[in-house]
Ligand binder design. Structure first.
Ligand code: GTP
Length: 480
């Protein structure tokens, strides 16, 4: 289909979306009032990349009547990297850690008392299918060490969050969780498709409206255009049912996502296999680490956690509670300690204990963005003193509710750490789950896991076909 056959297609596409838009994906995609989607409230983690020059800022055109009307409030823009009213990190200076492991003080009384692993932990099968590896022998016991200062209210909150994640998992299958989690996106999309294609002949206006719906779901302009064109191909002035449209969209989405649906593969020769997790605060790093720890353990792998978000006491405590609940040792130090030194010590300890997987948490917020990036670079540099190939995987955890801002977060974090794959959380909290497709189109980074809820079973390996069908409201199709 040529542009001549679609009068007003691109004119409308680019002309209506802003006064002076550029013909690029980011310039055209509107963010209604904030970097996050309209439905998510006011996340304080919605940015993290305001100095990435080639990524345009979210829509912030002043209104002629009220210049402040569309201004992005300071508390949203860049808030994840603003100072916190916490004691400052003491040692941001690059003091490389010495070989000696620091003495760790006795661990405080665990609070609350750890509970047995949920049934999910005993479930096997999916992880084997994904990792393909043989389950290693039983876990050697490594000492749980910590010198965390007691954190009262924060600890209680963190414990509640972990408790909710563990207990909030009703016994439902993944497909049901996935479709439930993607409901907001799929309903919005499906309603538009039904409205547009019921008893109507397919014309340019209908396709433009479809394209708008896809853009609103954060698929990105390029992908939305391609998908709308696929629907229109050879069908002008003919009838097409909403289900046919959904099927075409699903197949386009699957095609775009198939190359990035790559499972994380743990190399058993690397002991420990070091996984660094990065991302802005609130994206779900700590929760993801806890859920992954549970999954790895369920496969019989031994796991150790490193509480590398030394900036926030609550983050340390949250990881400690995850460690208790999953019966996994957590290496931590007092708030404000050097995160790179902690990562180094944890690596050494995991190696000495013969641990299979070391999951390192990191801060998502520091006193400023440069500090955050410097800390990540330092962690990577320091653990490479023990193994030049470490970290063996660096997972960037992205919160789907930040919408197009996820694109700039990938660019920002990739500058500081060797991001090897993505985990997208909170797809249940947005009607704009198409962001995953936009990310795939732009970066082609492997998407290892997606999260569709707070429960431990709400994080699963990413499968392109299931996602494509769930997001378009189609029933599951079993592969032959
Ligand atoms: N609805 C929903 N909530 C999620 C999902 N993943 C994580 N969360 C919740 O998001 C919140 C933040 O998660 P954390 O794991 O604390 O995020 P973080 O990136 O470690 O944040 P900091 O510790 O602040 O750096 C918690 O309440 C989680 O339960 C998801 O897929 N869906």
């Amino acid at each position: 289909m040529s542009d001549d056959e679609k009068p007003g297609w691109f004119g409308r596409l680019f002309g209506r979306k802003g006064p002076e838009p550029k013909p690029s994906e980011e310039a055209v995609v509107p963010e209604p009032t904030s970097p996050a989607s309209e439905s998510e409230g006011v996340p304080d983690f919605a940015t993290g990349a305001d100095d990435v020059s080639h990524v345009p800022p979210p829509v912030s055109e002043p209104s002629p009547e009220d210049p402040d009307k569309n201004r992005i409030p300071d508390e949203i823009e860049g808030a994840d990297l603003q100072p916190e009213p916490q004691p400052p990190v003491e040692d941001v200076a690059f003091e490389e850690p010495q070989e000696e492991t620091q003495e760790l003080a006795p661990e405080p009384e665990p609070e609350p008392a750890p509970e047995p692993l949920p049934a999910a932990a005993e479930k096997r099968g999916w992880w084997s299918r994904v990792t393909g590896g043989e389950a290693p022998p039983a876990e050697p016991t490594a000492p749980a060490e910590a010198d965390i200062q007691p954190v009262d209210a924060a600890a209680a909150l963190a414990s509640d969050a972990v408790q909710g994640a563990v207990e909030g998992s009703e016994k439902r299958g993944w497909w049901s969780r996935l479709t439930g989690g993607l409901k907001r996106t799929s309903s919005a999309l499906s309603d538009r498709v039904t409205g547009l294609f019921t008893k109507r002949k397919l014309d340019a206006t209908t396709l433009e409206d479809l394209e708008d719906a896809l853009i609103q779901a954060d698929f990105g302009v390029e992908t939305a255009t391609r998908m709308a064109e696929a629907v229109g191909k050879g069908r002008y002035e003919k009838g097409i049912s909403p289900d046919e449209v959904r099927a075409i969209l699903a197949s386009e989405i699957e095609r775009a996502l198939e190359p990035v649906a790559v499972p994380i593969t743990l190399d058993p020769a690397k002991k420990p296999y070091v996984i660094l997790t990065v991302g802005v605060n609130g994206a779900g790093k700590t929760t993801t680490i806890g859920k992954l720890a549970l999954k790895f353990k369920a496969e019989g792998r031994s796991v150790m956690l490193a509480a590398g978000d030394t900036f926030r006491a609550a983050a340390i405590e949250q990881l400690r509670v995850w460690g208790e609940r999953t019966n996994v040792p957590v290496i931590s130090r007092a708030q404000g300690s050097d995160a790179a030194g902690l990562a180094f010590d944890a690596f050494k300890e995991a190696r000495e204990a013969g641990t299979d997987v070391l999951l390192i948490d990191t801060a998502g917020r520091l006193q400023n963005k440069a500090g955050l990036m410097a800390e990540l670079e330092k962690i990577v540099r320091v653990i490479r003193k023990l193994d030049a190939e470490a970290p063996h995987a660096t997972l960037l955890v992205l919160d789907a509710t930040v919408g197009q801002n996820a694109l700039s977060q990938v660019e920002l974090f990739s500058q500081a750490a060797p991001v090897s794959g993505l985990v997208m959380t909170k797809l249940d909290g947005t009607a704009r789950g198409g962001i995953l497709v936009a990310l795939a189109a732009k970066f082609g980074l492997p998407v290892h896991f997606i999260g569709v809820g707070e429960g431990v079973e709400d994080l699963e390996p990413f499968a392109a076909r299931d996602f494509a069908r769930a997001i378009t409201g189609l029933p599951r199709e079993e592969r032959a």
